[in-house]
Write a protein that binds this ligand. Structure first.
Ligand SMILES: *Cc1c(COP(=O)(O)O)cnc(C)c1O
Length: 360
C-alpha cells in the first residue's frame, strides 16, 4: 500500500480505499474478461453489466421511483447550469434561483443568458455564510433552482425550501449527494458532478422526472436535450465508462456501509468533532452560521491571514493535504465527504489544538 495522506480536497476528493483497490484489480482485466475496464466497448456485454449495476445501485440506494431516469452525462455540473434553462425555460416564463454561493451565482448567470432568471433569495450580503430563510418568488416561475451544499462557503440546506405551485425543484447536489437520505420525489431534477462524493471527475449524475424529459425543448442540438440521453440510456454517444464504473463501486460501498442513513449518522459524527472543537477554540472560528453549517465542507479562519497561512503550512508539513480554503473566502476548508475517515478529523483537531497552544 503506498503512503496516503489525509486528503481534505474539495474535489476531486478522497475515494474509499476499498473502491480504489477493486478498481486497480480491474484495470488490466475486468473480472476474467481479459480486457481492462477502460478498454471495454460501451456497447459490449461486460460494460452493459457495469452500467446496469450502477443504475440499479443508484436506484436502490436513494429509493428512486421508476418515473425518474438516471443519466450519466459529461461536461460537469457546470454544463447543467445551461442544460436546465435550455431545456425548461421558455421565453414567456421565469426561472427562480436561490443564490447561496459561487455555484448558484454561476448557475443563474447561465440562465440569464438564455432567458428570464430571478433571484428568489441571496445570502451575498454576508459573504454567503448562511442559508436564506425567506424567499421572494416571481409570478409563476417554471422552476426553482437551489444548491444543496455550498462547497466553497461551507453552508448546507437543512431542509428544502418551499416552492410555488406549478413549478418544480432543480437542485445542484454536487457536494452532498448521497451523504444523507433524500426524498427524490420532491425534485424534478437533481444533478451532481461525481468528483465530490461519487467518483472521479468526468461524469455527472442526473436524476430527472419522466414528464420533464418529455416537456424539454426540442429546438436544441441532440446532445443538449435530456430526452436524447434518456431515450438512449446515456449511450447516445460514448459515455464516461470509467467514471460510471467507479461510481457503481462507490454506490455499492455506501450500501455496504449501511446506506444513506448510516452515511448521515457518520457524517454528523465526523463534522461534529470539528465543529465542537471550533466552538470552544480561542484561535479558530467557523465561518458559516451554526444552524446552516455544512457537514461536508467545514470552513474556518483564525482571523489573521498570516496565521492562516502558517497553519496551512503546518498541516502540509504534518501529512494533511488540501486544507487551504477557496480563494474567494480564504482561510481553511476541511472537505470531509462520505469517504473521508474519522481518524483524519481527529488528527486534524489534534494538530489544531497544538497550533492553538503554540500561538496563544
Ligand atoms: C464542484 C461543484 C460544481 C462544479 O462542478 P464541475 O463538475 O466542475 O462543473 C458545481 N456545483 C457545486 C455545488 C460544486 O461543488
Amino acid at each position: 500500500m503506498p503512503h496516503r495522506l489525509f486528503n481534505f480536497s474539495a474535489g476531486p476528493a478522497v475515494l474509499p480505499e476499498a473502491v480504489l483497490e477493486e478498481a486497480r484489480e480491474n484495470l488490466l482485466s475486468l473480472g476474467d474478461s481479459g480486457v481492462g475496464i477502460m478498454e471495454h466497448s460501451h456497447r459490449g456485454k461486460a460494460f452493459t453489466e457495469v452500467y446496469e449495476e450502477t443504475v440499479s445501485a443508484c436506484r436502490e440506494l436513494a429509493n428512486i421511483p421508476e418515473n425518474y431516469k438516471i443519466l450519466f452525462l459529461q461536461g460537469g455540473a457546470s454544463s447543467q447550469f445551461y442544460f436546465a434553462p435550455m431545456n425548461f425555460l421558455p421565453d414567456e416564463r421565469t426561472a427562480d434561483y436561490h443564490v447561496t454561493g459561487t455555484w448558484s451565482q454561476k448557475a443563474i448567470k447561465e440562465a440569464k443568458i438564455l432567458g428570464n432568471a430571478h433571484t428568489a433569495s441571496s445570502s451575498e450580503d454576508k459573504n454567503f455564510n448562511y442559508i436564506p430563510k425567506s424567499y421572494d418568488y416571481s409570478d409563476n416561475p417554471v422552476y426553482v433552482h437551489m444548491t444543496s451544499n455550498n462547497t466553497i462557503f461551507g453552508t448546507q440546506y437543512q431542509s428544502l425550501p418551499e416552492i410555488p405551485e406549478n413549478s418544480f425543484l432543480i437542485s445542484d447536489n454536487s457536494s452532498d449527494i448521497f451523504s444523507k437520505p433524500i426524498d427524490v420525489t420532491k425534485y424534478g431534477l437533481i444533478y451532481a458532478g461525481a468528483q465530490k462524493n461519487l467518483g472521479p471527475s468526468g461524469v455527472t449524475l442526473v436524476i430527472i422526472r419522466d414528464d420533464l424529459i418529455q416537456k424539454g425543448s426540442k429546438k436544441l442540438p441532440s446532445m443538449l436535450q435530456y430526452r436524447t440521453h434518456a431515450d438512449k440510456g446515456s449511450m447516445f454517444n460514448t459515455p464516461p465508462t470509467f467514471g460510471i464504473y467507479i461510481m457503481g463501486l462507490v454506490l455499492k460501498w455506501i450500501h455496504s456501509e449501511g446506506g444513506l442513513s448510516a452515511m448521515d449518522k457518520k457524517n454528523k459524527q465526523k463534522a461534529g468533532i470539528l465543529y465542537n472543537y471550533l466552538e470552544q477554540s480561542k484561535l479558530f472560528n467557523a465561518t458559516a452560521e451554526k444552524e446552516d453549517a455544512s457537514l461536508m465542507n467545514v470552513t474556518f479562519v483564525t482571523g489573521n491571514e498570516e496565521l492562516d497561512k502558517k497553519f496551512i503550512q503546518c498541516t502540509e508539513a504534518n501529512g494533511f493535504s488540501g486544507i487551504k480554503g477557496h480563494r474567494s473566502v480564504g482561510g481553511m476548508r476541511a472537505s470531509i465527504y462520505n469517504a473521508f475517515p474519522e481518524a483524519g478529523i481527529e488528527a486534524l483537531v489534534k494538530l489544531m489544538k497544538q497550533f492553538e497552544s503554540d500561538h496563544q
